[in-house]
Each structure stands twice: as C-alpha cells, then as structure tokens.
Design a protein around this ligand. Structure first.
Ligand code: ADP
Length: 422
C-alpha cells in the first residue's frame, strides 16, 4: 500500500512537471517561430521595396569583378544574400529580376507557378531542394514576388526541437529519481507509525489473551462443579475478578493512548502544581507507611503554576509514584518541585531496583517491561503502559519526561513542564 502511495506521489510530480515543461517549450517554440517569420517577412518586404527602386543588386553581398560570383558581406547578411525578387506584368511575363536569382528561366517560371497555385500572399514554397519563403504583392501593372531562403529558420526550429526534447527527457528523468528519493523520505514516518500501530495492536491483543484465558479456565472450573458453593469457589472467582479488573484497567489505558494518538486536545487551565504534587504525595503516605517506605520526603516550592489538565497531571504524578513504590523494596520515595524562569521541574525519586542504562529510553515505549520479576510481587507487575501514558501527558503539555538511575540504588524521574505565563 505504501509502495503504491510512493508511486502515486512520484507520478503526480512527474506528470505535473511534464505538463509545465511542455507548456513552456511549446509556447517558446511558437514565439521563436513567429519571431523568425517576422524577420523573414521584413526582409521580403525589403525585397519588394528594392524591386521598386529598380535596384537589381540585393543588399548582403557584393558582386565580384568576374561579374558571376558573389562575396557575402558577413554572416548576418547571409540570409539577406538569399533574398531575390521577380517582377511580372499583368500577362505574367517577367519584366525584372534581381541579380542573384535562379539562373534557369524555366525553373523560375515553375517557382512562380507554384506560388500562384498556393493562392496566398505569403508562405513557404519548395523548388527541388530549395526551401523558400515568399511574399507576393499585387500591383496595377502586375505582381512582385520576393523570395528568401527558409532553410535557416527550419534548421533553427529543428535544433530547438531536439534541444527541447532532450531537456524534457532529462528533466523528467531527474524529477523521477528525485521524487522517488523524496517520496521515500516522506513515507518513512508513515511507515514507522504504521509499524508502531501494528505492533501496538499485536501487543494489546497478546496482553488481552492472558486474562481472557484465565477468566475462561476459572469459569470452566466453577461450571464443572455446580454442586460447590460460592464460598468454596471464592478462589476461582477472585482470579476472575482480578483479571477482569486488569482488563478494565488496560482498556482504559488503551483508550487514553488512542485518544492522545488522535491528537484530541485535553482542556487546560491554570493549575497550582505545588498543591497538586503535595496532595498526591500525601494520598500515597498511608501506602508508603504500609510498605515501610518512609525514608522519603516532599520538598515542594510554593506557587508553581502550569497551564495543564488537572486530571492528566494527577495521573502523571500517580503513575510515577505508583511505579516508584512497585519497584522499591526499602528506603523511601521523595518528591521535589522546583522552577526556573520558564519551566517547572518535578522530581520523583526512589531507592529501588534501578533501571539499566540501555533501557532508559525503552521504558517509555508501549507495553515495554524490563522484567516482570523485578516488581516486588507478581500482582504489582504492570502492563508496561504506565510510563508511555506519562510521556504522552508530558508531550501534550509541551513538556518532557526523563530518568536518571543506578541499578540497585534507585531512580529519579524528572518531569519538565512550561510554566503558566502571565
Ligand atoms: P509497568 O506497568 O510494567 O510498571 P511502565 O510503563 O510504568 O509499566 O514501566 C515500564 C518498565 O519500566 C517497568 O516494567 C519497570 O521495569 C521499569 N520501571 C518503571 N519505573 C521504574 C522505577 N521507578 N524503578 C525501576 N524500574 C522502573
């Protein structure tokens, strides 16, 4: 599909360029031709005027002393040297001719006949291998025919045609290659995002398969022994309940991520991040005590305001605190909030298992988990979606999220968010 899209892009480029070049070349062709025709016409008019002055020698050449040969004055005059005229009376008998005309009288008559047959005042006429352009002027006492060689015009036009075709083919080939390259580049992010999407769907269905299998097998277990009481089946029911809860959480997370992927803006307002961070940390205090993680503290700078969605911000802090708790066996969890002129910096630090250096980026990918066994209990092993949601939230607010960590010493996540302006 992407290959087809790439070819379509290339084809559109090549076709549009060919059309534009064709229009340019064709208009240039006609403009050059009309200029050459105009030049010829003005020379032919000169021939007619010369016939009036009874001058038998047409400008552009000098008759040599031998009275037979001619010397052409300069290359520009070459065309002029081919100019000649013939005057005929009303009966069609030749009354005057310029010097440099066709010597054979029969040929000359044949030429005049051909022009008359064309029944035009100006145009092109051929006599054997002579290619001429003519102008006929009717007079009371007969006609004046002026002729000039048109081979020059025709060779200029054919040279132009060859050059134009060569340029057109060259340009189309270049554009084809460049378009292939650029289309490939343009498609790369689409391909990457499609592959990501595919992986995401595959991971999501894979993750859903396990709870579904657990629910099904536990339900079968209950159905197989209808004589057992609910109390006796409590263990299986509890598995079903836990797994359905896990599935519920997962579908909620997936919905949130797809909402972010669709670039649906979350409503934002002025949020007191200092209050939010302090409140969220306080709500964890009981859990921290239960888990004997009491070594941490909150150091919160007052009055740090950000332009944000309160629900998303709370979710972001909760994900980081929740993870810190999941991956810390002893010590404590601390929260620090600071700001500079433009940004708020929120640090969530734990004394847990730490994160290997080569996985510091990967942990923000969807469904990525370092190792389930790292969590304190199997139940706390998550889905690998928490940090990707945290990253999406930071991105949505024009911020970033990063981590510093040392194995077996602990990790410190930093969320950087732009401060509320004004
Ligand atoms: P999960 O739901 O599995 O915790 P996350 O996306 O939140 O998924 O985290 C991805 C992985 O990053 C986790 O599997 C875990 O191994 C690692 N991780 C996250 N937070 C911490 C932390 N505070 N300390 C150590 N490892 C962490």
């Amino acid at each position: 599909m992407l290959q087809k899209l790439r070819l379509q892009l290339v084809l559109i480029n090549v076709i549009s360029l060919t059309v534009v070049l064709l229009v340019i070349f064709i208009s240039m062709y006609f403009s050059i031709k009309s200029q050459l025709l105009k030049q010829e016409e003005s020379l032919l008019n000169r021939g007619v005027a010369l016939s009036d002055s009874e001058n038998t020698q047409v400008p552009g050449y000098i008759k040599n002393n031998d009275d037979k040969s001619y010397t052409i004055l300069d290359s520009n005059e070459e065309l002029l040297a081919s100019l000649f005229y013939v005057k005929v009376d009303v009966m069609g008998a030749i009354t005057a001719v310029s010097d440099n005309i066709i010597q054979n009288k029969d040929n000359l008559m044949l030429l005049l006949q051909k022009v008359d047959d064309l029944d035009k005042s100006t145009g092109d006429v051929d006599l054997f291998d002579l290619k001429l352009s003519f102008l006929v002027e009717d007079r009371l006492d007969g006609k004046i025919y002026a002729f000039i060689d048109r081979a020059d015009r025709e060779s200029t036009m054919s040279r132009y045609m060859y050059t134009a075709v060569f340029l057109l083919v060259g340009a189309v080939a270049c554009v084809f290659l460049i378009s292939m390259f650029l289309a490939g580049k343009a498609i790369k992010p689409i391909r990457e995002s499609m592959e990501k999407q595919k992986k995401f769907v595959a991971d999501a269905s894979h993750e859903l398969r396990t709870p579904i299998a657990v629910i099904r097998s536990n339900a079968e277990m209950i159905m197989d022994s209808p004589e057992m009481t609910i109390e006796e089946n409590m263990k299986w029911l509890k598995y079903i309940y836990d797994e359905s809860k896990r599935m519920g959480k997962m579908t909620e997370d997936l919905l949130l991520l797809s909402h972010a992927d669709a670039k649906n803006e979350v409503p934002k307002e002025d949020i007191d991040l200092s209050r939010l961070a302090a409140d969220t940390y306080d709500s964890f205090k009981l859990l921290l005590e239960e888990n004997k993680l009491t070594d941490g503290k909150a150091e919160i700078t007052e009055g740090v305001h950000v332009y944000a969605n309160e629900f998303s911000m709370k979710q972001l802090i909760t994900i980081l605190l929740d993870n810190a708790m999941k991956y810390t066996k002893e010590g404590g969890i601390s929260v620090r909030l600071e700001k500079d002129d433009n940004f708020a910096y929120m640090y969530i630090k734990d004394t847990g298992v730490g994160i290997p250096a080569d996985m510091k980026e990967k942990i923000f990918e969807r469904f990525f988990r370092i190792d389930k066994s790292r969590a304190k209990t199997a139940a706390t092993g998550g889905l690998g979606l928490g940090l990707s949601i945290a990253k999406v939230i930071a991105d949505e607010h024009g911020g970033t999220i990063s981590v510093e960590s040392e194995l077996e010493k602990g990790s410190e996540f930093c969320v950087k968010l732009p401060l509320m302006k004004g």
